[in-house]
Each structure stands twice: as structure tokens, then as C-alpha cells.
Design a protein around this ligand. Structure first.
Ligand code: UGA
Length: 437
């Protein structure tokens, strides 16, 4: 099939490459010339495992190209909208500028029979509004919503073989013309037995925000338990293992630590609350305010624990922060709890050095006042305390005996509860976890 993908960020670039991998003829479109120039050369403009190899593989087949002009969408019969929906400045709601702009720019290039497929995360009601916009410009085109559930760091495999496919169509009927078209797009996933659900438009939009809200709630739940474990002298990791064995609960997303960040969960729960308010259903989501508050409290807690670890004052303390990305296997620092903690410590008088295998360039753009160091060994040198804040494998694998040779004081704060506390203590370290005795 001939496919256009509008927006070549974390979602769109991966989606375009994966659609070409599935055998489709794809054009990726983005207004950012730099991004398009890199993608056209087979280079990923951000770190995502497997993406660069995939780009090179599919570009050599001639099935994937990139452009900055919307006219390049002409001739495609399926158009995916993959642009960002960031949080509005100073407000909780989602900023739909890019979704609206992408849809309008596409209108003049639509032909009868085309389908526009929204993948961006949008407030419920957006798709219904856009159906009318599309129909007015091209009555024989359709718009449906097909939310994306990929995780950064696993984006390629999540796109090729997702847990489920959700098609939100106007009216919610299985017989909708565009269902058959989307089935052809996703033929290989469907053949592999991936479940496919047909819903109406608002349900499809809500599936995405509900899923992210549930994940955020699960993380804040275990972080609330970590607060209790701290107060009671219990161990939240063991608690999570034990409750996670109940398969109604499940162990995934029950890792207590410095909380969630990134370009999705934080802004999605806020946009969801804002939208619920507009719909007169704000009471239904007041718990998400608490989810957000528990999450933000983690960052303050780590700053306080670091102060304790350093003997009561942060002034002049040399702190090494391991990890800047919001999670491992990503160079994304949007709302990264690790970076926000590093910046707070610096503001409170500590001398902070941040290291990360992939995210330093993005981090330096966001917080130029921090000191960055590429080599872990150099970053650790003469540290008064080290903080593991993003659980990259190389930090999990640090040897407490070897690390001890580099630092000035053997003090470690494990912000992700991934180190073996007994081993670090045996090597003479003062070890602090979160919600661990
Ligand atoms: C999230 C969802 O997991 C995806 O399903 C969704 O498609 C995506 O948002 C999106 O809306 O586009 P992502 O932002 O890539 O994906 O990251 P997650 O893997 O969900 O992690 C989010 C944050 O939670 C990270 O900061 C991570 O460190 C933290 N986390 C995760 C915990 O603190 N504890 C856990 O147990 C799990």
C-alpha cells in the first residue's frame, strides 16, 4: 500500500520505518528539515535501539523516503498523523496545534477513498471534530483513530508486533469501509494473531489515555507504598514481588523509585484531568491529581535523602548522577526525574556531575548549568556521593569494590532500587534505596 506518515518524531519515524518493513511504500513527512535530512541519510535523529539498522535496511529497498513538503502525501491512500501533543504552557490541557495543522495541511492532498489515521494521543472528542474537517474538504475520504502503545526503547518491536490493535471508527461498526483498508496495512500483525478491537472514535481515544493513566497509577501506587515502607522499616521491593505474584495485580510497572517521567505519562494524565473537567466529569479523575503529586514527591524525597547521605548539607558536595534520560535505552530527557533531581541538587548548592550513555546532548540543551561527563569512570572520580537515577545496564553492573577506588566517600543512593544492597554494604558503602530499610 502507499502510505504517508505525517510527523517524524519518536512515533512517526519508527512508524514509517516499520510500515516500509512490512512491505508498504512509505513517505515520511516532517517540517523539520534537519530531521528529514538525517532520516533521508538513514540516520535516526534520536536514540532508539534497532531504528537505525531498520532505516538503512528499508531505505535500500526503495520503499521509504522522506520529505518536508505535504505535497509528497499525494498518491498515498493511507495517511498516518503521528505528530506530538505536548502539554500547553502553563496549563494542564494538551496542545493540539500540531494535530490541527497536520490535518489541515493534508486536506488539499486527499483523494476520494483516502483514509486519514490518527495515531497521536489526543483528548477525547478530537477525532470526532476532525472527521467533520476531513469530510468537508473531501467527502469521500475517512478519518479513524488508531492509538499507538509503543514504549520508547522498544519502539520497533512494539510497532511491528503490538499487544493489540485498536481501530476507532465513526459509528463503531465493523463494516466501516476503512476497517478493511487498515487490515491490509496491518496484515502481518493480524496474521500473527494480534488482537484487533473495533470501537467508536471516543472509545479509541480513551483507550490510550486510560492505559497511560493506569500505568501512571500503578507506579504511584507502589511509590506510595515505598513511602509507607520507609516509615515502617519495610522493603518495597519484596512487597512488590509478593503482591505481583497475584496475577490479578502482576509484577510489571511495580518498580518503586524516583517515579515516572518522559513525554507521555506526565502530560497525558494532566491532559486527561483537564479534558474530564471540560466534560463535567472532573470528579472521576481527581485521583490522578494524587497520582501526579505522589510522583512529584519522589523527586523532593531524593533531594532530602541525598542531603542526609551527605551528612546534613549539600553545600559544595560533589554529587555524581548516573543517568539523565527518563528511562534506560532512550536519549529522551523530557520531564526526566533524574535530570530534575540533578538540577535541584545543583540549585541547593551541590556540585553536580551528570553522566549518561546516550542522553547528554539533550540534557545539556535543557539544563546547560549542570556539568556533564561522558565517561562513567571520570564522572565517578572524587564523588562525595553517587546517585543511580536511570537504570542503564552499565550502572546496574557497577562493581562496588572497583567503584570504591574512584570516589571520595562510599555513599550511594539507588533511586531505582536495582543494586544489591547487601553487596554494596559489604563493600563498605553507605547504601540508601527508596522504600528499602
Ligand atoms: C508510555 C507507555 O508505557 C506506552 O505504552 C505508551 O505508548 C507511551 O507512553 C506513549 O504514550 O507514547 P514510555 O513513555 O516510553 O511509554 O515509557 P514507560 O516505559 O511507560 O516508562 C515511563 C516512566 O515510568 C519512566 O520514567 C520509567 O522509569 C517509569 N517507571 C516505569 C517506573 O518508575 N516504574 C516502573 O515500574 C515502570
Amino acid at each position: 500500500m502507499r502510505i504517508s506518515v505525517i510527523g517524524c518524531g519518536y512515533l512517526g519515524a519508527v512508524h514509517a520505518a516499520c510500515m516500509a518493513k512490512l512491505g508498504h511504500d512509505v513517505v515520511g513527512i516532517d517540517v523539520d528539515e534537519q530531521k528529514i535530512s538525517e532520516l533521508s541519510r538513514g540516520r535516526a535523529p534520536f536514540f532508539e535501539p534497532g531504528l537505525e539498522n531498520l532505516l538503512q535496511e528499508v531505505q535500500s529497498t526503495g520503499r521509504l523516503r522522506f520529505a518536508t513538503e505535504f505535497a509528497a502525501a499525494e498518491g498515498s491512500s493511507v495517511h498516518f498523523i503521528c505528530v506530538g501533543t505536548p502539554q500547553k504552557k502553563g496549563e494542564n490541557g494538551a496542545d493540539l496545534t500540531f494535530v490541527d495543522a497536520a490535518t489541515s495541511a493534508l486536506l488539499q492532498h486527499l483523494s476520494p477513498g483516502d483514509i486519514v489515521v490518527g495515531k497521536s494521543t489526543v483528548p477525547v472528542g478530537t477525532a470526532g471534530r476532525l472527521v467533520a474537517v476531513v469530510k468537508q474538504a473531501q467527502p469521500e475520504a475517512d478519518l479513524l483513530w488508531n492509538p499507538e502503545f509503543l514504549r520508547e526503547g522498544h519502539a520497533v518491536s512494539d510497532t511491528l508486533l503490538p499487544d493489540r490493535l485498536v481501530y476507532g471508527v465513526d459509528g463503531g461498526s465493523e463494516d466501516h469501509r476503512s476497517v478493511e483498508v487498515l487490515d491490509q496495512v496491518y496484515a502481518s500483525a493480524l496474521e500473527a494473531g494480534i488482537p484487533r478491537l473495533i470501537t467508536d472514535l471516543p472509545t479509541a481515544e480513551l483507550v490510550k489515555t486510560a492505559a497511560n493513566s493506569f500505568l501512571a497509577t500503578k507506579i504511584s501506587f507502589i511509590n506510595a507504598m515505598a513511602e509507607l515502607c520507609d516509615a515502617a522499616g519495610a522493603d518495597v521491593s519484596l512487597l512488590a514481588d509478593a503482591i505481583g505474584l497475584d496475577d490479578r495485580i502482576g509484577r510489571k510497572f511495580l518498580n518503586a523509585g524516583i517515579g515516572f517521567g518522559g513525554g507521555c505519562l506526565p502530560k497525558d494524565i494532566r491532559a486527561f484531568m483537564a479534558r474530564a473537567g471540560e466534560l463535567g466529569a472532573d470528579q472521576a479523575l481527581t485521583f490522578l491529581r494524587e497520582v501526579d503529586a505522589i510522583n512529584m514527591r519522589r523527586r523532593t524525597r531524593v533531594v532530602e535523602l541525598t542531603r542526609e547521605l551527605c551528612g546534613g548539607s549539600l553545600l559544595g558536595q560533589r554529587i555524581t548522577v548516573l543517568g539523565a534520560a527518563f528511562k534506560p535505552e532512550s536519549d529522551d530527557v523530557r520531564d526526566s526525574p533524574a535530570l530534575s533531581i540533578a538540577a535541584q541538587l545543583q540549585l541547593q548548592g551541590a556540585d553536580v556531575t551528570v553522566t549518561d550513555p546516550e542522553a547528554l546532548a539533550n540534557a545539556a540543551r535543557r539544563f546547560p548549568e549542570l556539568h556533564y561527563e561522558k565517561s562513567t569512570g571520570t564522572a565517578l572520580k572524587d564523588a562525595d556521593a553517587i546517585l543511580l537515577l536511570t537504570e542503564w545496564q552499565e550502572y546496574r553492573d557497577l562493581d562496588p569494590y572497583e567503584t570504591a577506588y574512584s570516589v571520595a566517600y562510599k555513599r550511594v543512593l539507588d533511586g531505582r532500587n536495582v543494586l544489591d544492597a547487601r553487596k554494596w554494604r559489604a563493600a563498605g558503602w553507605t547504601y540508601r534505596g527508596l522504600g528499602r530499610p
